[in-house]
Write a protein that binds this ligand. Structure first.
Ligand SMILES: NC(=O)c1ccc[n+]([C@@H]2O[C@H](COP(=O)([O-])OP(=O)(O)OC[C@H]3O[C@@H](n4cnc5c(N)ncnc54)[C@H](OP(=O)(O)O)[C@@H]3O)[C@@H](O)[C@H]2O)c1
Length: 288
């Protein structure tokens, strides 16, 4: 008889995320053990508690979810957790700090429905945040030419270098967008634009959008007015506006939630999975 499914939620924030807890329960987790304010040097003992309590054949019924609002902290917790494992003594782990992996996967999958990503040009506005950087990483892996836009060229270069450290062959370029004419240049010739800016910040006006005649898909991840792309509604899901297929944040969010739940379910299929951006994207591809 399979052991009850236990998910151990490791969260560096002062309160473990309620959102992540609800998704875990909806994904069939039977026991959720929540740890908040988790520091990197505490991970080893927490993970040992997960991996040394059940026999190896039962370890697929124990898994770890790493969340929280800070992706860099989440990445460090993931690194510490995976260092604890050896031989069959391991449990599966999902990283989705700030929802970055599931959101970026859902956005890139939405684009892929309408444009062949290989060889496409994709502009990520405000691509320096955790969601934007992961979208850049996923698009680059799929062979797209990525323009990663930022108000600061240096910040954009740093984000590009971070992607290149994982994908040396990535075809990506930092572009500065500190004025509407910069933004027009950043989207000129692109087939895909993803607005990944902070909540409540408009990045692309309707006037500039009109100049982007090569665009096929426009995706806005900001759900808080003013929205990131003027003219796209938050609920838009593959809705055409002036010849461009548009997605708003909630239009993308439905698939993001599906991917998040499926990723939790996948954790319990074996005990050796490490689900980060690419693995979450691949899982999302399988759901389309
Ligand atoms: N739909 C969903 O399910 C879902 C899930 C998670 C997140 N989200 C949304 O996805 C978006 C991206 O999330 P995130 O956490 O990666 O974003 P973030 O880190 O808060 O911000 C991303 C980038 O926005 C730019 N920015 C910040 N303030 C700005 C301002 N005043 N003017 C212009 N640009 C500004 C910055 O880029 P530069 O400084 O480089 O210009 C920043 O790096 C957010 O809108 C978030 O709410 C949606």
């Amino acid at each position: 008889m399979p052991k009850p499914r236990i998910l151990i939620q490791l969260d560096p924030d002062s309160h473990a995320s309620v959102f992540d807890a609800v998704v875990a329960v909806d994904a069939g987790v039977e026991h959720l053990l929540q740890y908040h304010s988790v520091q990197p040097d505490q991970v080893r003992d927490l993970v040992h508690g997960a991996m040394f309590t059940r026999s190896p054949q039962d370890l697929a019924s124990t898994a770890i979810f790493i969340g929280g609002s800070n992706v860099a902290q989440g990445e460090e917790l993931l690194r510490r957790a995976t260092k604890c494992f050896f031989g069959p003594m391991r449990v599966s782990v999902l990283l989705d700090a700030n929802g970055a992996n599931t959101t970026a996967a859902a956005a890139v999958l939405a684009a892929a429905k309408h444009v062949d990503l290989k060889g496409a040009t994709a502009t990520i506005l405000a691509g320096t945040g955790p969601v934007g950087q992961r979208a850049a990483r996923l698009l680059a892996r799929q062979g797209a030419h990525v323009r990663l836009a930022s108000r600061s060229l240096q910040k954009g270069e740093e984000a590009c270098n971070s992607v290149r450290s994982r994908i040396p062959e990535a075809n990506l370029q930092a572009v500065m967008t500190s004025s509407p004419s910069d933004t027009a240049a950043a989207v000129a010739g692109a087939q895909i634009v993803i607005a990944a800016g902070a909540a409540g910040i408009q990045l692309l006006s309707a006037d500039v959008l009109k100049t982007a005649t090569t665009l096929k898909v426009a995706i806005d991840l900001n759900a808080v007015p003013p929205l990131g792309i003027e003219g796209i509604e938050v609920m838009d899901k593959a809705k055409e506006h002036s010849g461009v297929i548009c997605y708003g944040a909630i239009g993308v969010g439905g698939n993001k939630m599906k991917i998040h739940r499926a990723a939790i379910e996948r954790l319990f299929t074996r005990n050796d999975l490490v689900l980060d951006a690419e693995e979450v994207f691949a899982l999302g591809q399988g759901l389309q």
